[in-house]
Write a protein that binds this ligand. Structure first.
Ligand SMILES: NC(=O)c1ccc[n+]([C@@H]2O[C@H](COP(=O)([O-])OP(=O)(O)OC[C@H]3O[C@@H](n4cnc5c(N)ncnc54)[C@H](OP(=O)(O)O)[C@@H]3O)[C@@H](O)[C@H]2O)c1
Length: 228
């Protein structure tokens, strides 16, 4: 019998270049590439955010992009912003700690209490999920059961994307294809992490839809592994 884990439905959404990169080079903000998205695609991104109960990006994306993660270009409620940072290492002046939408920082039990207190003082919730690092399956369970998150989107970066896929937590992928090639062996691509050792480990996708949104190609896939 398949055991069902209590977690939200999870969509990974990203803007990627024709060579699969997420930024111009390692350490660069993806906001530079996002400027080249068609307006219709910006609306799609913000409509998708408004359809979700929560949005998650990795802590490094917050450090580099200083994202707001709010709904701005369409009418709709901004989702709960969720940032995993095992040791609560989020800059206290980060835009996600501003008043525009609710925020939850996910930490582990080893996170320094003074950093947790400082984050709480900024008005954000702190979720402890894991002993030595943030355990994403546990975080998803907490978001579903304690925060009522039924639909969550993740917007990168590659490290978080890899961990979410590796933990079999992603149901769907939606890609906005930008008509550029940037190159660079160490330029962040859609999924980082460890390489695989054999074709058996490839994560299979089912292409379900592709369309033009303004001048951008958008592709949508289901992730085929069964939920653990
Ligand atoms: N084009 C796009 O759509 C797009 C979207 C987002 C980001 N980006 C780009 O991606 C780059 C950043 O990506 P990145 O790979 O360096 O970092 P990332 O995936 O944004 O963040 C990874 C960090 O998240 C924290 N984390 C805590 N628990 C985790 C867990 N269980 N699994 C994974 N991460 C966990 C860790 O930081 P702690 O050490 O604090 O725990 C980890 O270093 C930036 O250049 C950004 O511009 C592009």
């Amino acid at each position: 019998m398949t055991q069902t884990i209590s977690r939200p439905h999870i969509l990974m959404m990203s803007e990627i270049t024709a060579d699969g990169k997420l930024t111009l080079r390692k350490g660069a903000s993806s906001k530079i590439l996002m400027k080249y998205m068609a307006h219709e695609t910006e609306l799609l991104l913000h409509t998708t955010r408004a359809e979700c109960d929560a949005i998650m990006v990795g802590a490094n994306t917050i450090r580099i992009d200083n994202s707001f993660l709010t709904v701005r270009y369409v009418k709709g409620k901004s989702p709960l912003r969720v940032i995993p940072s095992s040791m609560a290492d989020i800059p206290l002046d980060a835009n996600v700690l501003g008043p525009d939408a609710p925020t939850a920082i996910a930490v582990c039990e080893a996170a320094p209490t003074e950093r947790i207190a400082a984050i709480r003082e900024k008005g954000a919730s702190v979720i402890t999920a894991g002993k030595t690092h943030v355990e994403l399956p546990l975080l998803m369970k907490i978001l579903k059961e304690n925060f009522g998150v039924n639909r969550l989107m993740i917007e990168g970066g590659p490290t978080l994307n890899w961990h979410m896929l590796h933990d079999r937590l992603v149901d769907e992928i939606r890609l906005i294809h930008l008509p550029f090639i940037v190159g660079g062996a160490d330029t962040p691509s859609l999924v980082g992490g460890m390489h695989i050792n054999s074709e058996d480990e490839m994560i299979r996708l089912d292409l379900k839809k592709f369309y033009l949104c303004g001048s951008n190609l958008v592709s949508e896939f289901d992730v085929l592994y069964t939920k653990a």
